[in-house]
Design a protein around this ligand. Structure first.
Ligand code: NAP
Ligand code: HSE
Length: 428
């Protein structure tokens, strides 16, 4: 009989327990597919006593994940604790130093330490795999590194945080306020331990930075990303954007332009009828464009026990089959520093303004826009019970710095009350 591949699982929470369940449920299926048995030999978590909905009695226990990573009877460290530093990074480094493969779902760790860990793993001749770190159950890392390896990738974009998409969907379809939708997501257990990682766009930004590295052959450059969360999106904007034929999404876009690598994770408008516009609830979607394939759209569950464990198991099976791939699709030493774009590509913008309702007010706004080279495509004013008139403007394609200059000049007109809202309209 062929030797089993032996797993040491560090972290037995949502994802870790899901992996244990799959290994226990699908022993013979995994053996057939991998050509060898897949066995768990040891596990680690903070509490040995906690009920995890699955028996961990058959496995050796380690209090210290680093000790788990060093065990002689572990071939693969499955790191499912989370956190960019601390035990996750220590255990990963220990596993690599001891010649063990690593499978992780930890996008935070890779967004911050991906280059160093990838170099260490490749120097040691071991795999470091992270399918579950990006878009949960969607096999997007495999798509980019393998299926699309023959393409020059031109753009990667998508909705990569299910919590944010759930909140925006519920504000839209149930008319909930941001706070109500947030509370609902919390009640469903969607939020990370630190919710700011979700609603601040950071978790999705981590994921996009990993995709950008593979897509463009550059070192992970999370710190260069333009990040904005969904906290300032109001029910008003969701309604108004809907009237104009758009949905608001926390959208990640990475593209290599003449100005450098553009990486943005920000709230954007997308056409309601587009696949991204129709994405509801906690589901994720990744759109990849390449010179040969043109465009592919991947859609599926971005989080949760089963989908995330499914992605972890895919990586484990590849390692068991003897498949060896560079961590980011090409040797880490050959990844070049990402040249950060000095400006985002021009786009159409959605503007929502409150104007004093008196003759000439609109003309003053149009003058400021015109002086900054911004042309108006569409405009709409709504009925209003109060003194301030809500006005929506969709601009023609314009450069962001021009828009920023115009926004800074608008209060000087004396007709704009409150802070204008400006959101990018993405070509999808
Ligand atoms: P979780 O439910 O909070 O579980 C974390 C596990 O790590 C727990 O079992 C915890 O032990 C253990 N742990 C924490 N600190 C430890 C330490 N110092 N030593 C040993 N064990 C420690 O987290 P999760 O949702 O499964 O997420 C795990 C990883 O997957 C994270 O990197 C996350 O970002 C990523 N991920 C999660 C999802 C998802 O849907 N949940 C999706 C994609 C990626 P105790 O149980 O004893 O407290
Ligand atoms: N908190 C993440 C999300 C799940 O809402 O998509 C883990 O990636």
């Amino acid at each position: 009989m062929t030797d089993p591949i032996r797993l040491g699982i560090a972290g037995l929470g949502t994802v870790g327990a899901g992996v244990v369940k799959i290994v226990q449920r699908h022993g013979s299926l995994l053996e057939r597919r991998c050509g060898r048995p897949v066995e768990i030999t040891a596990v680690s978590a903070r509490s040995r006593e906690k009920d995890r909905g699955v028996s961990i009695k058959p496995y050796a226990w380690e209090d210290d994940p680093v000790a788990l990573a060093r065990r002689d009877d572990v071939d693969v460290l499955v790191e499912l604790m989370g956190g960019e530093d601390g035990p996750a990074k220590n255990a990963t480094e220990a596993a690599i130093a001891n010649g063990k493969h690593v499978v992780t779902a930890n996008k935070a760790m890779l967004a911050h330490h991906g280059q160093a860990l990838a170099e260490a793993a490749e120097d040691a001749g071991v795999n470091l795999r992270f399918e579950a770190a990006v878009a949960g159950g969607i096999p997007v890392i495999k798509a980019l590194t393998e299926g699309l390896a023959g393409n020059a990738i031109t753009r990667v974009m998508g909705v990569m945080n299910g919590t944010c998409n759930y909140i925006l969907t519920r504000m839209d379809d149930a008319g909930l306020t941001y706070e109500e939708a947030f509370a609902e997501a919390d009640g469903l257990g969607y939020l990370e331990a630190d919710p700011e990682l979700d609603v601040g766009g950071i978790d999705a930004g981590h994921k996009l930075s990993l995709l950008a590295s593979i897509a463009f052959g550059t070192r992970v450059a999370f710190d260069d990303m333009t990040l904005e969360g969904i906290g300032r999106i109001s029910i008003d904007d969701i309604r108004r954007a809907g009237d104009l034929g758009y949905k608001i999404k926390l959208l990640g876009v990475a593209q290599m332009t003449g100005r450098g690598l553009e990486q943005r994770m920000t709230p954007c408008l997308v056409p309601s009828a587009s696949p991204l516009g129709q994405l509801l609830g906690g589901t994720n979607m990744v759109v990849i464009e390449g010179d040969a394939v043109e465009q592919i759209v991947l859609r599926g569950p971005g989080a949760g026990e089963g989908p995330t464990a499914s992605a972890v198991m895919g990586d484990i099976c590849d390692i068991a089959r003897g498949i060896r791939l560079p961590v980011f699709g090409q040797p880490a030493q050959t990844l070049r520093p990402a040249p950060p774009a000095n400006a985002e590509s021009p786009a159409c913008f959605y503007l929502r303004l409150a104007l004093v309702d008196k003759p000439g007010a609109l003309a003053k706004v149009a003058t400021v826009l015109g002086e900054n080279g911004i042309s108006i495509d569409r405009m709409r004013q709504y009925d209003h019970p109060g003194a301030d008139a809500p006005v929506l403007i969709v601009t023609h394609r314009t450069a962001r710095p021009n828009l920023d200059t115009a926004l800074a000049a608008l209060p000087g007109t004396g007709v704009v009350t409150g802070a204008p809202v400006a959101l990018r309209i993405e070509d999808v």
